[in-house]
Design a protein around this ligand. Structure first.
Ligand code: CA
Length: 360
């Protein structure tokens, strides 16, 4: 798609030589502005039904320029996730976007796959056509490193799976940290988990990687369960999606129909929009309210491994050892490392999602 747009623009430039320079500049500016203003993102994903929603929202949003897709194991194995990513970019006719395989397993634990929630093939048991797109030969974390250095201070990392690939990129080349514009991730919770009492699935699937990403020192927005659980996709929105048709529109309609049936079997009023919420925040940050706080990822707790522990008060007591006991001598301020999304304008987010998937 990008190639044909460039070709059209080149032809356009040749054909306007006879016009006045001022008019030409104005016309060119009107053509060039949206592309240059689009935010460059790297989409790191474990596809996954809600990954599919997120990816198609990103590809259908002119505010975003998806520069690469890196695949991480999570909802499904690395191999299945790669196949799903390739089929989806093919469906969207976007073989121009590099799709790279990344880590094959979490850093320090066994992978936990979620076909239970996503269907046997990870994509709601929808069989997409074989991909016309080829896998990029590079290792996903290397793609991240290369693209960040190629566009310093411009790349937004948008991980919507376990944070293994992002952590590997940081560990291999810490110099990318100050060069990344920001990280907007789907994951975590400061109000209880969805895999157990404490942990959210993406963080739970690789807590050590998550702790590396949270402590790296870059601007980081955590779009966690506080957003996704409030933004429930219901039949009202599904009906709107069903009014229009197209390859992406019909695919996403089928995915959401699967998810609504699934949530219905659990008596839920709708399907939580986890991964697309992070994309939506990248598109329009005014959709959410954020609170700055310091977040650590619990890696050792008996009941809390994988919990994102947010310090809502921004302080800790200072305990000083005096003989055989500690004495509280004051309170130390804690520097925030994350903007935690604590509220969302759910209807505006869901309307944005529906309209973008419908191609409007
Ligand atoms: Ca995901």
């Amino acid at each position: 798609m990008r190639i044909s747009q460039s070709a059209t623009l080149a032809g356009f430039r040749r054909s306007v030589f006879s016009l006045s320079p001022v008019l030409v500049l104005a016309l060119l500016a009107s053509f060039s502005a949206p592309a240059s203003a689009a935010k460059k993102i790297i989409f790191d994903t474990d596809p996954g039904t809600d990954d599919a929603l997120a990816l198609m929202l990103a590809l259908n949003s002119p505010e975003l320029d998806v520069r690469a897709i890196t695949v991480v194991p999570g909802n499904v194995t690395a191999a299945m996730g790669l196949e799903n990513a390739l089929r989806m970019v093919s469906l969207a006719n976007r073989c121009d976007i590099p799709v790279a395989r990344g880590a094959q397993h979490p850093l320090f634990q066994k992978l936990i796959t979620a076909e239970f929630w996503h269907g046997k093939n990870g994509l709601a048991d929808i069989e997409l056509p074989a991909s016309k797109c080829k896998v990029d030969s590079r290792f996903g974390p290397d793609v991240i490193i290369q693209l960040v250095h190629a566009s310093p201070h411009e790349i937004i990392l948008l991980p919507v799976g376990p944070l293994t690939n992002i952590a590997l990129a940081v560990e291999k080349d810490p110099s990318i940290v100050p060069l990344v514009k920001e990280v907007i991730l789907m994951g975590g919770s400061i109000s209880g988990g969805n895999v157990n009492a404490a942990a959210e699935a993406n963080i739970y699937n690789d807590p050590e990687a998550a702790q590396i990403v949270f402590q790296a020192g870059w601007p980081l927005t955590m779009v966690g369960l506080e957003v996704g659980d409030q933004a429930l996709f219901t039949h009202k929105y599904l009906d709107q999606l069903g009014q229009t048709h197209g390859q992406i529109n019909d695919f996403i309609y089928s995915v959401l129909k699967f998810l609504l049936n699934l949530s219905g079997t659990f008596g839920a009023p709708g399907s939580p929009m986890y991964d697309p919420s992070a994309v939506a925040v990248a598109v329009d940050s005014t959709l959410v309210k954020v609170q700055e706080m310091h977040v650590d990822v619990e890696t050792r707790g008996e009941f809390t491994r994988g919990e994102t522990v947010g310090n809502r008060r921004g302080q800790v007591e200072r305990n000083v050892l005096h003989g055989d006991r500690y004495v509280i001598e004051g309170v130390d301020k804690i520097t925030p490392n994350a903007r935690v999304c604590v509220d969302v304008d759910a209807d505006r987010f869901l309307q944005l999602f529906v309209s973008r998937i419908r191609g409007k």
